[in-house]
Write a protein that binds this ligand. Structure first.
Ligand SMILES: *Cc1c(COP(=O)(O)O)cnc(C)c1O
Length: 812
């Protein structure tokens, strides 16, 4: 089918834009501001996509295709305008049409606020997956929360992170359709009454969840999928009697109360805070999403047995892990299915992706809290668990008498708690980790008993990134070079980037690659000067670590190396030290003091070394505030070196590592997460792997012999660096970084920075040597691009479709 024909011809684009501006927004052309032009352009793009959207939905119904409900608390989207224009293939036409009106498209693109409805990797993964599902024509609907305030804006004052509210809806959001007809009641609290076979959930409070739809356009495919985010509305909008007796504020409290549940994104994805509001948010979006999923199914089918053929419900981590309980509640209490039939459907419909092994990030809710907030769900979970207990006890030849305690969804040791990870594994037909290494650790360390009980459930799907955003959009010149070198087949199948491998030997190709990198670096150097007032030399190596600030990601290890390098340079300034600009960016969770202290340290080190005449522009350290998808689009194409230095066994996959390799940066990294698979793809010569392996870390832990102090005592280099920190060399307050020194020496260095330091130092020397031979470095960069083809989120989604969802595609 040729959808091109249904769109307005590019020649009429100018007319469409003017109509939106003048008739839609009520602004005259003479008076229109840039913001008006942005709104008019965005509305035009949205209009052009709606025909494809309706057609997609029609096709899904006509072909009876399975549809994936992708449940995620976070969707870290990028800006929509350029993406929409690219999907419509009218970027140049639009630029021209706007130019005729005296408007620069690039100004509009830069004007758009970047929605930040996610913390980091997990939310960005969900956004890449939406893009890939649409681009492959896989019918899906993303479900999440329309947070009124997304991830905070990060400001830095005197080196300290300050959080500012992200008021992203202040200018109206042109991309969403409010759907008042898609409205569901969500209940909290109250009590449960059993009446014969019927169960009634009474009293308590209720709010309406109301749908806001954002279009997710496919690239190279006509499909346009839906991202459905839930806003909240009170059942009674205001208390008129209260208002009339003069209590104006109090009268509005139903509004305020209802909307509290969607007010703000929890600014942390690596610890759980046992906060009731978070549990409320989880229930709110899960309940609405499942009501909507079942309604859509029932609109087309009247046989419940078809549910697993037509619907997959995917849990992006345990944040939506109330889904099995809510699905059981709706099927049994509301649709009156028998328990066993309902449970059979649940376990065939649900699947779950685990994103972390870190104990502090695993969701475990006190039964008390859950019983108060969700009394019926707690009952259902207890019943699921009781039946599971019977099944475990009845195992033939059971020689593990305490097995059930290890797998019980209700943890009985101490305060009774619900273990959401176990609930997810028990309720899902497939469970996957996000890299090969991580999936093995999910089986061996996190759920070993489940892996024995249900071996067929455990799978791997290695993460990926969308090349539309991270190559075409962020680095268009590189995309053009690749097109001109190997044709454009890679746009549909990124693994064809492997065809670039021979070009690494081609000087002309490498020369053009060098030119593109240089331009991207000049652009970033300008941005650095503009944002933080630091002049950097674009010819220096850009050494980049951009990601959430967290101890396990070991930004501190990077900083220790910067100090050690500075010391070494000052001790031997005559040596040939290749010039480096170390660039960091990332937000720290607002309550995470150590992470904020690491940001402070980066600034204080920077202030000291950036003004040192001895090292000059041979060493700079830059922290760019307010890391976001848009900032990543500037930094990543300009990177030469990609720092992926987590302690082995802590980073589930990483996706920043993939974006950077795809843009020709070389990785210095540990054998962790997807680094392992990147190393396989690019080859050992073109990556710098250092540090302990997962097995070595485990052995060190098991031996109980790790002593960071001993390493410190035996290393002059570390002594010098850590003593400088302790003595306040980088701070006007000598005690400022004592907590860091303490964690390294007295806290026995939980993430084993000192154990890996020497190996890291050696790897950095190897990086320096490699950099000195620029032609050889460029060949390595080219082979990194060629090796990154496996890390397309298209490949991830094909893997999910075949290994997890058993879902098919729309005809192309
Ligand atoms: C890709 C991305 C991340 C994830 O980075 P990791 O290095 O995998 O932790 C976080 N934030 C943003 C804005 C991203 O684009």
């Amino acid at each position: 089918m040729n959808f091109q024909e249904r769109w307005p011809q590019p020649s009429s684009l100018k007319q469409a834009l003017l109509a939106r501006l003048v008739l839609g927004l009520g602004v005259s052309q003479e008076q229109a501001s840039l913001r008006d032009w942005f709104q008019a352009t965005a509305l035009t793009v949205r209009e052009l996509l709606t025909a494809r959207w309706h057609e997609t939905n029609r096709q899904v119904r006509d072909h009876g295709l399975k549809q994936v409900s992708y449940l995620s608390m976070e969707f870290l989207l990028g800006r929509g305008l350029q993406n929409g224009l690219m999907a419509l293939n009218i970027l140049d036409e639009c630029r021209e049409a706007l130019a005729e009106c005296g408007v620069r498209l690039e100004d509009l693109i830069e004007l758009e606020v970047t929605p930040a409805l996610g913390n980091g990797g997990l939310g960005r993964l969900a956004a890449c997956f939406l893009d890939s599902m649409a681009s492959l024509g896989l019918p899906s609907i993303g479900y999440g929360i329309r947070y009124e305030f997304g991830m905070f804006r990060q400001e830095v004052i005197d080196g300290w992170q300050i959080e500012r509210p992200d008021d992203w809806l202040a200018d109206s959001n042109p991309w969403e359709f409010m759907r008042p007809e898609r409205q569901y009641l969500v209940r909290f609290g109250g009590r449960v009454v059993h009446e014969g076979n019927r169960v009634h959930w009474l009293d308590g409070e209720a709010v309406y969840a109301i749908a806001y739809d954002t279009l997710v356009p496919g690239h190279g495919h006509y499909a346009v999928n839906t991202l459905r985010l839930w806003g909240a509305r009170p059942v009674e909008p205001m208390d008129l009697a209260t208002f009339n007796r003069g209590a104006f504020m109090e009268a509005l409290s139903p509004q305020l109360r209802a909307r509290t549940v969607v007010r703000v994104l929890y600014p942390d994805d690596s610890t759980i805070e046992g906060r009731e509001l978070r549990l409320r948010q989880e229930h709110f979006f899960v309940s609405a999403s499942i009501q909507d999923t079942l309604r859509r199914f029932r609109a087309d089918y009247d046989d419940w047995a078809l549910l697993p053929d037509k619907i997959s419900i995917h849990l992006n981590d345990t944040h939506p892990a109330l889904a099995p309980a809510e699905l059981m509640r709706q099927l049994v209490d509301e649709h009156l299915l028998a328990w066993d039939d309902a449970w059979d459907l649940v376990t065939r419909v649900l699947s779950y992706t685990n994103h972390t092994l870190m104990p502090e990030a695993l969701e475990i809710w006190p039964c008390d809290m859950m019983g108060r907030l969700l009394p019926r769900h707690l009952q259902i979970i207890e019943e699921i668990n009781r039946r599971f207990g019977q099944q475990v006890e009845a195992r033939p030849g059971d020689n593990q008498p305490d097995l059930f305690a290890k797998v019980s969804v209700i943890q009985e040791d101490g305060e009774r708690r619900v273990n959401m990870g176990r609930l997810s594994v028990l309720s899902s037909h497939k469970v996957n980790g996000v890299s090969r290494l991580h999936s093995r650790l999910v089986r061996e360390r996190l759920f070993p008993e489940f892996a024995e009980l249900f071996p067929e459930r455990f799978a791997n799907v290695t993460n990926g990134i969308t090349p539309r955003l991270w190559l075409n959009l962020a680095n268009p010149k590189l995309a053009t070079l690749i097109n001109e070198t190997i044709g454009d087949g890679w746009q549909r199948d990124l693994s064809r980037l492997a065809d670039l491998r021979p070009s690494a030997e081609d000087d002309a190709f490498c020369g053009r690659l060098a030119d593109i990198k240089a331009l991207n670096k000049q652009r970033l150097a300008k941005l650095i000067a503009h944002r933080v007032g630091i002049e950097v030399n674009p010819a220096a190596m850009f050494d980049v670590q951009v990601k959430r600030i967290h101890e396990y990601k070991r930004q501190l290890l990077n900083l220790l190396h910067v100090i050690a390098r500075w010391n070494a340079m000052r001790a031997a300034p005559e040596q040939d030290w290749p010039a480096r600009v170390v660039i960091m960016a990332g937000k720290a969770a607002s309550a995470y003091h150590m992470a904020k202290l690491i940001i402070k340290l980066a600034h204080d080190i920077g202030r000291r070394i950036n003004n040192d005449p001895v090292t000059g522009d041979r060493l700079k350290l830059v922290f760019l505030p307010d890391y976001s998808v848009s900032l990543a689009e500037y930094i990543i194409p300009a990177a030469d070196l990609s720092e992926q230095i987590s302690l082995a066994g802590t980073e589930a996959s990483g996706t920043g590592n993939m974006k950077l390799a795809l843009n020709g940066a070389l990785t210095i990294g540990t054998a962790d997460g997807a680094n392992v698979e990147i190393a396989e793809q690019v080859g050992p010569e073109d990556i710098f792997i250092f540090g302990m392996s997962v097995e070595e870390v485990a052995a060190l832990d098991a031996s109980g012999t790790y002593s960071s102090r001993e390493i410190y005592r035996n290393s002059q280099q570390l002594q010098e660096v850590i003593d400088q920190l302790g003595a306040g060399q980088f701070s006007s307050d000598p005690a400022c970084f004592w907590p860091i020194v303490d964690s390294l020496l007295d806290g026995n260095d939980h993430f084993k920075l000192l154990a890996d330091f020497d190996s890291y130092w050696q790897a950095q020397r190897a990086v320096d040597r490699a950099w000195r031979d620029q032609p050889a470095w460029l060949r390595k960069a080219a082979r990194n691009i060629a090796g990154a083809g496996r890390f397309s989120s298209d490949r991830s989604i094909r893997d999910y479709a075949s290994r997890i969802w058993n879902a098919g595609y729309l005809p192309a």
